[in-house]
Design a protein around this ligand. Structure first.
Ligand SMILES: Nc1nc2c(c(=O)[nH]1)N[C@@H](CN(C=O)c1ccc(C(=O)N[C@@H](CCC(=O)O)C(=O)O)cc1)CN2
Ligand SMILES: NCC(=O)N[C@@H]1O[C@H](COP(=O)([O-])[O-])[C@@H](O)[C@H]1O
Length: 208
């Protein structure tokens, strides 16, 4: 178990620009943070997230659904690729594939979502929030379960919607708050532990 003697091993999964990954990489550069990114995985090639990992000297792997004969084969492959790095924690940070129940049973997995769950689940949180006309949205860090953005909530941060926001401006503002929340929560989990009891998540007080 990770703890005082060794940092928590993180595998981060990405599908795009990887600014959340970058925030974690930057935080992990400080040994007192309590975690290190041991690998970065993706479901597609040619993304900035993989470049960020390369630049930081972190091993990467890619598992494209199209390269497997079925989704079930991909599910097994991504689990095996992640498992090879023996993570204490998997962080899905802009990873645009649903993870299978077997994967989630094997790895404690967190996902960051650009909306205040349970509102606006799925791949278009900022767009859906804007279209609904909410005045406050935000970001949620949760423990991934078999549903879509339904897992037990670790942390949330509110973000105001401006009258002149479009999807891009709103998402960028959410991402600024989201990165801070992600770095703070993952660091606290790495240093203090996490306990998940039903829908309640507790960080610290010896939880691990
Ligand atoms: N079992 C779960 N897996 C994942 C969750 C989750 O809550 N439960 N969260 C995500 C990220 N996510 C939004 O938060 C999300 C990702 C992907 C999809 C989706 O429908 N993906 C399609 C493919 C789309 C594509 O490749 O462009 C798919 O998986 O076939 C919905 C929500 C991480 N995984
Ligand atoms: N449903 C999943 C989803 O919408 N994820 C979102 O994609 C962005 C990735 O940004 P990044 O690649 O710059 O970290 C983040 O806002 C993340 O919450």
């Amino acid at each position: 178990m990770w703890g005082v003697n060794r940092p928590a091993r993180l595998v981060v999964l990405v599908s795009g620009s990887g600014t959340n990954l970058q925030a974690l990489l930057d935080a992990c550069a400080d040994p007192s943070y309590g975690a290190r990114v041991v690998a970065v995985g993706a479901d597609r090639d040619g993304i900035e997230g993989l470049v960020r990992a390369d630049r930081a000297g972190v091993p990467t792997f890619v598992a494209r659904v199209d390269d497997y004969t079925s989704r079930e084969h991909w599910d097994r492959a991504i689990a095996d690729k992640v498992g090879a790095f023996e993570p204490d924690l998997v962080v899905s940070a802009g990873f645009m594939k649903l993870l299978a129940p077997d994967f989630l049973a094997r790895f404690l997995t967190l996902n960051t979502h650009p909306a205040l769950c349970p509102a606006f689940p799925g791949m278009h949180g900022p767009r859906d929030a804007l279209e609904h006309g909410v005045k406050v949205t935000g970001a949620t860090l949760f423990v991934v379960d078999d549903g879509v953005d339904t897992g037990p909530i670790v942390a949330q941060v509110p973000v105001e919607v401006a009258e002149d926001d479009d999807v891009t401006s709103l998402h960028e503002r959410i991402k600024t708050a989201e990165r801070a929340m992600l770095v703070d929560s993952v660091g606290r989990i790495a240093r203090e532990g996490i306990a998940v009891e039903g829908r309640r998540v507790r960080i610290g007080a010896g939880a691990r």
